[in-house]
Design a protein around this ligand. Structure first.
Ligand SMILES: C[S@@+](CC[C@H](N)C(=O)[O-])C[C@H]1O[C@@H](n2cnc3c(N)ncnc32)[C@H](O)[C@@H]1O
Length: 290
């Protein structure tokens, strides 16, 4: 679901289609996204475009309310698992140098159409988010809304994001909450108040047609810290603002009024100006806000 710096020039690159996709869970997920791309777009375009392009999760909470990404003008921004790249187009319109990455050529074909129509400048890359063919320290911001962070092993993507970020850069992503993962019935794809799996050891979640990944809260935080990423925020949107969701059954939406269906993590890479200022504390004569 990104513009402003180069809105006039249309320089969308054709994505290469020969990337190897070696890891079995990545292959299984790729099969799903190649086959369901058209159906996904048909069902969800209306909630992913226009003013809702920059919004989070099942209830489409506007970024203008959550302010998770901060200022993007002049920043190098990577969307991991960009789908039709509507977010990236919206950020490019606000002045970001936006790159949309996805491993599905079907999804990227759609993205190419959306980008071309928008006139925004968004570079599209075909690769798995677990092995991104871009050099270290390229991005100020990496983000996704239920993108590749849901489908990839965090033991691979978190170090990869830490590598790709500049010091002081941020990783922000929305995915399932660990609590929702515990309660999900993988076969019926429904959720109930019953806990269905162990919390300890949570990692790979095998749905019939896709593989998702999840960690216990403490393991997420430990993994971020091992990779030099400090947790800044964890937003847990409560369902209810829209009354219903195009993505969810009524039962699941009601569940989401009681427990968090989603977790939006915001973590910052150590180093950079901001951290240096934070470490040295407030300047003399500058009062901290209470
Ligand atoms: C639920 S869609 C979300 C896309 C976009 N945020 C949206 O809402 O339309 C998940 C996207 O992640 C992509 N994806 C899944 N696994 C990936 C991987 N290993 N590497 C790159 N992209 C991946 C899929 O192809 C798909 O486009």
């Amino acid at each position: 679901m990104a513009n402003g710096r180069h809105p006039q020039r249309r320089t969308v690159r054709r994505h290469p289609t020969s990337e190897p996709v070696p890891v079995p869970h990545v292959r299984k997920n790729l099969r799903l996204w190649q086959s369901q791309s058209a159906e996904y777009d048909r069902r969800f375009t209306s909630v992913l475009s226009g003013p809702r392009a920059e919004a989070w999760g099942f209830d489409r909470v506007p970024e203008s309310e959550l302010d998770l990404l901060g200022a993007v003008r002049g920043r190098d921004v990577l969307e991991l698992g960009c789908g039709a790249a509507r977010w990236s187009v919206a950020l490019a319109r606000r002045g970001a140098r936006a790159v949309g990455l996805d491993f599905s050529s079907a999804q990227l074909d759609r993205a190419q159409g959306v980008v071309a129509k928008s006139g925004a400048r968004v570079r599209l890359i075909r690769a798995s988010a677990e092995a991104v063919p871009i050099r270290d320290g390229t991005f100020d911001l990496i983000f996704c809304d239920w993108g590749a962070m849901t489908f990839c092993d965090p033991q691979r993507t978190v170090p990869e994001c830490a590598r790709l970020l500049r010091p002081g850069g941020r990783l922000v992503f929305a995915t399932a909450s660990p609590i929702a993962t515990l309660a999900w019935n993988l076969r019926s794809d429904r959720i109930s108040p019953k806990l269905r799996r162990d919390y300890f050891g949570l990692h790979r979640i095998d749905f019939p047609k896709e593989v998702n990944f999840q960690l216990p809260y403490g393991a997420w935080i430990a993994l971020f810290r091992e990779n030099g990423l400090q947790v800044e925020r964890l937003v847990e949107p409560r369902m209810g603002r829209a009354g219903s969701s195009r993505y969810l059954s009524g039962e699941t939406y009601r569940w989401g009024k009681r427990w968090p269906l989603e977790a939006i993590w915001s973590v910052r890479k150590e180093g950079g100006m901001r951290s240096a200022i934070e470490r040295s504390g407030p300047r003399r004569g500058v009062r901290e806000r209470s």
